[in-house]
Design a protein around this ligand. Structure first.
Ligand SMILES: CC(C)(COP(=O)(O)OP(=O)(O)OC[C@H]1O[C@@H](n2cnc3c(N)ncnc32)[C@H](O)[C@@H]1OP(=O)(O)O)[C@@H](O)C(=O)NCCC(=O)NCCS
Length: 193
């Protein structure tokens, strides 16, 4: 699955290649990047998560793809589409879910927005998604800011308690945003402005 899925002004979204998991974990399995994702992962947890990324590609033809900088081929992180499978979020299970994770030295340059616009284009144009949700935790301001910047609407009525996280407060409830296919053309134009 190493083929290119999309190209933007500065980025390439592509499938994972041998060597990517090691580089990804070296660059992104850090306290700062993992602040709102349960902290730095041990090797077994990290590799199980990467296996799930492989599984989405195999089962649905889309996943959290590698975000590569065209200029020098640097692996910046991932962005793309999975399906909701969070325990506790059964009312959303199977829906298209967009997600992103970038290495810290790539933050604040519009990289996530650029990759996310390409991912939403793919969701609606190639994969025929009726809508796309984005999930995060209450404290993750950057992720929620990006969701709003993309025109995704806060859907408090869809929030849920993720049963993997025992303690409410920092990691619960899961905060839900959603955008429908019909909303994307206007939202896309606004996100680009
Ligand atoms: C969330 C994340 C991907 C954002 O990446 P980024 O490339 O810095 O984001 P962008 O530069 O594209 O920003 C796009 C918009 O997001 C919002 N945003 C980005 N960082 C923000 C922050 N720290 N606080 C509030 N809003 C923020 C802004 O609205 C911004 O638009 P603007 O620049 O026009 O104001 C990045 O911080 C990250 O990888 N975090 C760690 C992993 C993670 O938490 N992933 C999400 C799990 S749900």
């Amino acid at each position: 699955m190493s083929e290119e899925v999309a190209e933007t002004a500065r980025l390439r979204l592509r499938g994972w290649r041998p060597g990517d998991p090691e580089e990804f974990l070296r660059r992104l399995n850090t306290p700062t990047v993992m602040r709102w994702l349960g902290g730095v992962q041990d090797e077994a947890t990290a590799h199980a998560a990467l296996d799930r990324i492989d599984g989405f590609q195999r089962d649905f033809g889309h996943t959290f793809w590698i975000v590569e900088r065209k200029l020098d081929g640097a692996l910046l992180g991932f962005c793309g589409l999975k399906r909701v499978n969070a325990p506790g979020g059964e009312h959303l299970h199977g829906e298209f879910e967009i997600g992103w994770r970038l290495r810290e030295d790539a933050w604040g340059q519009g990289i996530a927005k650029e990759a996310a616009i390409a991912s939403l284009d793919l969701a609606f144009d190639r994969f025929g998604a009726p809508s796309v949700v984005a999930l995060t935790v209450p404290g993750n301001e950057a992720s929620q800011g990006l969701m709003r910047r993309l025109g995704m609407r806060r859907r408090e009525d869809l929030d849920f308690v993720d049963t993997r996280f025992a303690n409410p407060g920092e990691l619960n409830p899961t905060v839900v945003h959603r955008i429908d296919a019909a909303e994307w053309p206007d939202a896309r134009a606004a996100a680009l402005s």
